[in-house]
Write a protein that binds this ligand. Structure first.
Ligand code: FES
Length: 101
């Protein structure tokens, strides 16, 4: 569905849902996940419906993922970093984890 445009690509090792994969330096987390074929970033708390990046600019909050153990990070606004750990849709955040936001 998504593919990378031709050009300079600097590979970066990241871990997505427990698997080591390569992404490209300069990509957002959302772009990296979509290129990897991951189409579900989270599930809604009420109905469990799958969600992924929608607006791509920090407005819709459909792209929330857990990054380096911190839940509710916006994948579209977060640049990839070497060694980054990303978990998608594996659990809902607990209220205690979101209270400081
Ligand atoms: S895709 Fe809308 S906030 Fe990230």
């Amino acid at each position: 569905m998504f593919r990378r445009l031709e050009g300079v690509r600097v590979p970066v090792e990241i871990c997505v849902n427990g698997q080591n994969v390569q992404a490209s330096d300069g990509d957002s987390v959302a772009a990296a996940l979509l290129v990897l074929g991951i189409a579900t970033f989270r599930h809604t708390p009420k109905t469990g419906s799958p969600r992924a990046a929608y607006c791509g600019m920090g407005v819709c909050f459909d792209c929330l993922v857990t990054i380096d153990g911190e839940p509710n990070r916006q994948a579209c606004l977060t640049p990839i970093a070497p060694g980054m750990t990303i978990d998608t849709g594996t659990r809902l955040p607990q209220l205690s984890e979101t209270a400081s936001i």
